[in-house]
Design a protein around this ligand. Sequence first.
Ligand code: ADP
Ligand code: MG
Length: 231
Amino acid sequence: MSEPMVAVEGLTRTYRTGKVEVPALRGASFSVASGELVAIKGRSGSGKTTLLNLIGGLDTADAGTVRVAGKDIGGLPEDDLLALRRDVIGFVFQSHGLIPVLSAAENVEVPLRLARTAPAERDKRVQVLLGLVGLADHAEQRPYELSGGQRQRVAIARALANRPRLLLADEPTGQLDSETAAAIMPLLRAVVASEGVTVLVATHDQALLGEADRVLHLEDGAITETPVPAA
Ligand code: ADP
Ligand code: MG
């Protein structure tokens, strides 16, 4: 067996504001194999964002370990964490976070510029990615000229720009109507197939789970695995 892309062991995170303690994670453990599309379901407030932030190196756990592509990210110096977030992990959030004054193509290009990719290669990569998310004909449109679903597709393309090995998507359909939302999971499935990326997607929308390889349930700060619902 090859090493899992994500291995989480006994992850604990308690938020403290004044005297109030909110235990968001209480020893969550699971792993995700390379090339899997795994959904994490849980009601609002169950700790999904906390979990993804810890896996993405955006937050630090109180206890437990997170290994991404074999690296224990808890012990990494800040520079290595930055490199991990830039080179290994792609993020998609509930809000698309596109830059309003840039076109769809330019938004996808931003991470390629930051990585100092050569212009010709940047153009090629942007075209491939916009094609992959079904927006080849919308390259020049700005975010306000796109629908909510299209914007989220641009955000997915942008997250993939630097060929991450792991894509973390935090309720990517949270602001979409149910029909538009239903198209996002098949898109993530296509992304796994064509980019070879591993995808971990948090959602509280039951309707999205059918497309996943596995469904993890986050409840009371811990993870249990539940069957993938029939389509
Ligand atoms: P989800 O993404 O599943 O909705 P979150 O991870 O955002 O859940 O939150 C889990 C719990 O931690 C909730 O009770 C939430 O109110 C609390 N929480 C999240 N972020 C913070 C924070 N920065 N400070 C204090 N409490 C927080
Ligand atoms: Mg959340």
